[in-house]
Design a protein around this ligand. Structure first.
Ligand code: CO
Length: 155
């Protein structure tokens, strides 16, 4: 396992629409392991492949409930409600913003072993899923936030 370099806002890879994952092989599994290690290392609750320089549709999420979710080619198939809350991003250090998201989402994805899964998420997990999936379409939270603030203003 290895900690990967996190790309920061301004890096072209963060603005690209990512490609579907083509092969579920050992290389991909090892990459997913590295993504998780990188997310934990930097205390993130989610990380999308473009954030570590790979333009493929894969994300990892752990909102701190002890469950590591790996989602390959994830697609949101249903949405419900609306909620505004604060977000940050490992690719945009020091900046936080209020972002409007669906309150609940249903997301369908493939696991590292090729199984199809469907997850109903709400609250923080729903927010995180939407944030990470935006990365796969080249969208950062600072592109969609209603307002932004520097971390230093919070102190
Ligand atoms: Co992010």
């Amino acid at each position: 396992m290895a900690v990967l370099e996190v790309q920061k806002a301004g890096a072209p890879v963060l603005k690209k629409v990512s490609e579907p994952v083509k092969r579920l092989d050992g290389k991909l599994r090892s990459f997913l392991d590295d993504m998780a290690e990188t997310m934990y290392k930097f205390d993130g609750i989610g990380l999308a492949a473009p954030q570590v320089g790979r333009s493929i549709r894969a994300v990892v999420i752990d909102i701190g409930d002890g469950r590591l979710l790996e989602m390959i080619i994830p697609v949101i198939t249903a949405r419900e409600g609306m909620a505004v809350d604060s977000e940050g991003c490992l690719s945009v250090p020091g900046i936080f913003g209020e972002v409007e998201r669906s309150e609940k989402v249903t997301v369908e994805y493939t696991t590292r072993y090729g199984k199809k899964r469907k997850l109903e998420a709400d609250k923080l997990l729903a927010r995180c899923v939407q944030h990470e999936l935006d990365h796969l379409d080249g969208v950062l939270f600072i592109d969609v936030a209603k307002s932004l603030r520097q971390e230093t203003e919070e102190a």
